[in-house]
Design a protein around this ligand. Structure first.
Ligand SMILES: [Zn+2]
Length: 283
């Protein structure tokens, strides 16, 4: 049951994956304005270290998630980013706050960081709206009621997922544009999806045409300038999120605003009985 669910959900979200524009190896900063102002030193330290230590694709995804999370007040919890090296165009949300982006998207969105950001924001929206856990509730209920293999079960499950996909498109659009990305990036994702097998059909996702139409309505109804102004204020009011590369799991954990260190947190809570941080040997 749960494996079925997971597979279906992955299938659903596959079509919604984003492509990442890959910055030149020289590492031109994708968001140079982040390095201005009072916090410039901190920006330079955290971002500079990331540029040197992280593989380029992961560094770009880190900058995208950092920016979306801070601009939208989603920076009070860790986000996790993994790259799947398969060449398919896909991305999905699973676990809690885990975003998996396939290489195919990074490759196909080369030169269009806003398209990649739209994909990332869509997957983040699946998490903030609890789509993974909420769909489980309905799927279990319908499997029992209609039978897992029944056409009624499949019809209802697909309807539910289409609803969630449309919701993630709307909220993801807001997240990405608030963070300063170009709304056209979302349109670009639908153009790519429209070329994929099944992309023009209504399945677990709305069709590429329906998704494009919905983005165009959003662009008209939610002017980018307003969203950006809000995001800009939140970005100016926060510092870059730190990260930890968990090589054993092959994912990047982007830490919440308060940092990702439990020893620090313990010592904040209990300064009279502190834990001494382990001295790290050179890496
Ligand atoms: Zn999705």
């Amino acid at each position: 049951m749960s494996a079925f669910l997971q597979n279906t959900f992955i299938l659903l979200t596959t079509l919604s994956a984003l492509l990442l524009p890959i910055a030149p190896a020289a590492h031109a900063d994708p968001f140079p304005e982040d390095n201005a102002g009072e916090a410039a030193g901190e920006h330079e330290r955290i971002y500079g270290e990331g540029e040197q230590k992280l593989p380029e694709d992961l560094y770009l995804l880190y900058r995208i998630v950092d920016r979306i999370a801070r601009a939208n007040n989603l920076d009070n919890e860790p986000w996790r980013v993994a790259i799947d090296n398969e060449r398919v165009l896909n991305a999905y949300a699973s676990e809690a706050n885990l975003l998996t982006i396939y290489f195919g998207y990074l490759d196909q969105f080369a030169g269009n960081v806003s398209a990649l950001a739209c994909v990332v924001a869509h997957e983040m929206a699946h998490h903030t709206e609890q789509h993974v856990s909420r769909s489980d509730v309905f799927i279990s209920e319908w499997a029992e009621k209609y039978g897992l293999g029944s056409s009624k079960f499949h019809r209802r499950a697909e309807e539910l997922w289409r609803t969630y996909e449309a919701e993630a498109d709307i909220i993801g659009y807001e997240y990405a544009v608030t963070a300063g990305f170009d709304p056209e990036g979302c349109i670009r994702t639908t153009e790519v999806i429209a070329r994929l097998p099944g992309g023009l059909q209504e399945t677990t996702h709305p069709s590429a045409t329906q998704r494009r139409d919905a983005y165009e309505v959003l662009m008209a109804e939610q002017p980018a300038e307003q969203l950006r102004a809000l995001g800009q204020a939140n970005l100016a009011d926060s510092l870059p999120l730190t990260y930890d590369m968990l090589w054993d799991y092959n994912w990047l954990r982007i830490n919440p605003a308060q940092g990702g260190d439990n020893v620090d947190d313990w010592n904040r809570l209990f300064p009279d009985t502190p834990i001494q941080p382990t001295v790290e040997t050179s890496e």
